[in-house]
Design a protein around this ligand. Structure first.
Ligand SMILES: O=P(O)(O)OC[C@H]1O[C@H](OP(=O)(O)OP(=O)(O)O)[C@H](O)[C@@H]1O
Ligand SMILES: O=C(O)c1cc(=O)[nH]c(=O)[nH]1
Length: 194
């Protein structure tokens, strides 16, 4: 299996169609309160994409191609529940379709106090190369919480990747605090939000 598992033309077509769908379905203009408590002029509701019958598969293909293009390999993919959950499973399915046994995982916001008492759910990430995913990032706080949870569980975080970057400092913060590369599939300029 070569590093690039999705043919370039297919990856480009998937990216173009996903961009169309994000613009059509996920971009909401108007005043909104964000997860951080800050106010913004627009919201990108990527749950309308990651849980969409057509877009979900494209998310997996686009994020896998993003990592392949950067030459970053990984064995597990996931992030902080819940925005990251369908991104992780989409990447898992795209990787498996390409013959690569990538597992997905979910980082709980708090460790479970009963049952297995885990914060990171799914096949173990211990000793494995882990890609931390998000649908989007503003302050980078959610992605950093996921990185912390994965590291506590013994995973080796190789990168953080998001579908849409809002250009609000998440890249700088994550790269400085987590010490791993931050990649994104689409910038806000491409969504007409620059
Ligand atoms: O970079 P940040 O400032 O952390 O903001 C980005 C986060 O905000 C949204 O999730 P939200 O916190 O609304 O929770 P949800 O995933 O449960 O919807 C989004 O899915 C990211 O996880
Ligand atoms: O910062 C956030 O809370 C946030 C921004 C955004 O565009 N989309 C989203 O789901 N969350």
């Amino acid at each position: 299996m070569t590093a690039t598992s999705i043919p370039a033309a297919d990856a480009a077509a998937a990216r173009a169609r996903l961009l169309e769908l994000i613009k059509e379905l996920a971009v909401v203009r108007g005043k909104v309160i964000l997860s951080s408590g800050a106010e913004a002029d627009y919201y990108i509701d990527l749950r309308r994409i990651t849980l969409h019958h057509e877009a979900s598969k494209l998310v997996g293909q686009v994020m896998l191609a993003l990592m392949d293009d950067a030459g970053i390999g990984f064995e597990c993919a996931g992030g902080l529940t819940m925005g990251a959950d369908p991104v992780g499973t989409a990447v898992m399915h795209a990787a498996v379709d390409a013959g690569r046994p990538v597992d997905a995982f979910v980082v709980r916001k708090a460790q479970k106090s009963y049952g297995m008492g885990r914060q990171v759910e799914g096949p173990s990430v211990e000793g494995r190369n882990v890609l931390v995913l998000e649908d989007t990032s503003t302050t980078g706080g959610s992605a950093l919480a996921a990185v912390e949870g994965v590291r506590k569980a013994g995973g080796n975080v190789v990168a953080v990747a998001v579908i849409v970057d809002r250009a609000t400092g998440a890249k700088e913060k994550i790269e400085a605090e987590a010490g791993v590369p931050y990649l994104f599939a689409f910038g806000r300029d491409e969504l007409g939000l620059g």
